[in-house]
Design a protein around this ligand. Structure first.
Ligand code: XLS
Ligand code: NI
Ligand code: NI
Length: 443
């Protein structure tokens, strides 16, 4: 009998519900650390992370690369009719989400159903799949973490969408965003993401940067106003990335996005969705990007993945480095968590990972490394002298003249007088190796 969860057929045959079995388990299809009910720092792991599966990498990404075609041949990709095919894919997706036991998913409009060039027909297709997703969400309890529109794949966006020099192209981007917002609202999506893959330029020789950025700001305001008018109360996220596919992208990194949001009066509605591999492409660590966002009140959501340290593009591999993720989790805990978002696995299995189970191993490993790292990070913050060392490092600003300086009470002459009076400062260690060892001690 057809079930709403699995449609007419089971796509991931032979794989049952993935469960938490604890660190001693040697079952590769079980969580060893991600116990969704475990309470750490006052919240369950489920609530800390709000893990999401990304539709595009898991159900559209077929292993093709610039040197060869698909290696992942999906059973849900067979029917000729776009809407029927999309429904099969959604059956497979919800079967996967349910078996995996992660609470959320994320999508771009064109991940859910193929788009053509007719706006009205595209809207109808998406609407049909939104109705279908609504039933599946209700039956499974799986929720939408965020929706977004793909404004970078179609050839009309080769010079950008909101920053395209041609107004006509911009309007097509707006049509897509409107439909994607409608879909997100209809599905109770908690957030909406703007990743501007082609919002930037290839050559300054043909570009008016100022005008393009002003257009982007106007576009974001119009989108936000539309969504608010239609009852959307969630967060909007910008997703920074420095380059790829466009040479110079306007949302380069967290600090660049912060300046943009401030300049164009978008701070009340927008936060950031940070991605590990985008941070490293920008020449930053991910923890740096997280801290910049946290300090500005913009730590919204995370796209979890990792790059390849030997090369320089967005390889979108699944996270697996405990030391690094522990450092992310230290920033997360100290920031008091994410604002509205969660942890979306914006990651894909490799071209030569061709078993159905590979997609499960990838997500299980990702969830486990975050869970294990959060537990470790919490211990470091609770039990070690880590916090004290960092706090004490600034103690000269806690009283006396240092405090007066922080309060804006000292002039440049006052500062000079202090230097003269107190002679040469003592040499104070930054203790970097001590702190690195401390992290390893808790791992
Ligand atoms: C691409 C981006 C993309 C966004 C959503 O590099 O990470 O997947 O997350 O458009
Ligand atoms: Ni991303
Ligand atoms: Ni990316």
């Amino acid at each position: 009998m057809a079930s709403i969860l699995t449609g007419d057929r089971e796509y991931f045959k032979g794989i049952d519900q993935i469960k938490y079995e604890g660190p001693e388990s040697d079952n590769p299809l079980a969580y060893r650390w991600y116990d969704e009910n475990l309470v750490v720092a006052g919240k369950t792991l489920k609530d800390h992370f709000k893990f999401a599966v990304s539709y595009w990498h898991s159900f559209n990404g077929n292993g093709a690369d610039p040197f060869g075609g698909a290696t992942h041949n999906f059973a849900w990709d067979e029917k000729a009719d776009a809407v029927e095919r999309a429904k099969d894919k959604m059956d497979a997706a919800f079967e996967f989400f349910t078996k995996l036991g992660l609470p959320y998913y994320c999508f771009h409009d064109v991940d859910v159903v193929d788009y053509g060039n007719d706006i009205n027909e595209n809207d109808r297709r998406l609407q049909t799949l939104v109705d279908y997703a609504k039933e599946k969400q209700a039956a499974s309890g799986i929720k939408l973490l965020w929706g977004t529109a793909n404004l970078f794949s179609h050839k009309r966006y080769m010079n950008g969408a909101a920053t395209n020099p041609d107004f006509h192209v911009l309007t097509h981007g707006a049509a897509q965003v409107k439909a994607a917002l409608d879909a997100t609202i209809a599905l109770g999506g908690e957030n909406y993401v703007f990743w501007g893959g082609r919002e930037g330029y290839m050559s300054l020789l043909n570009t008016n940067m100022k005008r393009e950025q002003e257009h982007l700001a106007k576009f974001l305001h119009a989108s936000k106003d539309y969504a608010r008018k239609n009852g959307f109360t969630g967060n909007f996220f910008l997703e920074p990335k420095p380059c790829e596919p466009t040479k110079h992208q306007y949302d380069y990194d967290a600090a660049t996005c912060l300046a943009f949001l401030q300049k164009y009066d978008l701070m009340n509605d927008f936060k950031l969705n940070l991605e590990v591999n985008h941070a490293t492409l920008a020449g930053h660590t991910f923890q740096h990007e997280m801290q910049v966002a946290a300090d500005a009140g913009l730590l919204g959501s995370l796209d979890a993945n990792r790059g390849d340290i030997q090369n320089g593009w967005d390889t979108d591999q699944f996270p697996n480095d405990i030391t690094e993720v522990t450092e992310y989790m230290m920033v997360l805990l100290r920031a008091g968590g994410l604002q509205g978002g969660g942890i979306n696995f914006d990651a894909k299995i490799r071209r030569n990972s061709t078993d159905m189970a590979d997609l499960f191993y990838a997500h299980i490993g990702g969830a486990d490394v975050f869970a294990r790292s959060l537990i470790i990070a919490d211990k470091i913050l609770q039990k070690s002298d880590y916090t004290k060392i960092v706090t004490d490092r600034y103690s000269s600003f806690d009283g006396g003249k240092g405090k007066e300086f922080e309060e804006g009470k000292l002039t440049l002459e006052d500062l000079r007088a202090y230097a003269v009076e107190n002679g040469e400062p003592a040499t104070i260690s930054g203790k970097q190796e001590y702190l690195e060892n401390l992290i390893n001690r808790y791992i």
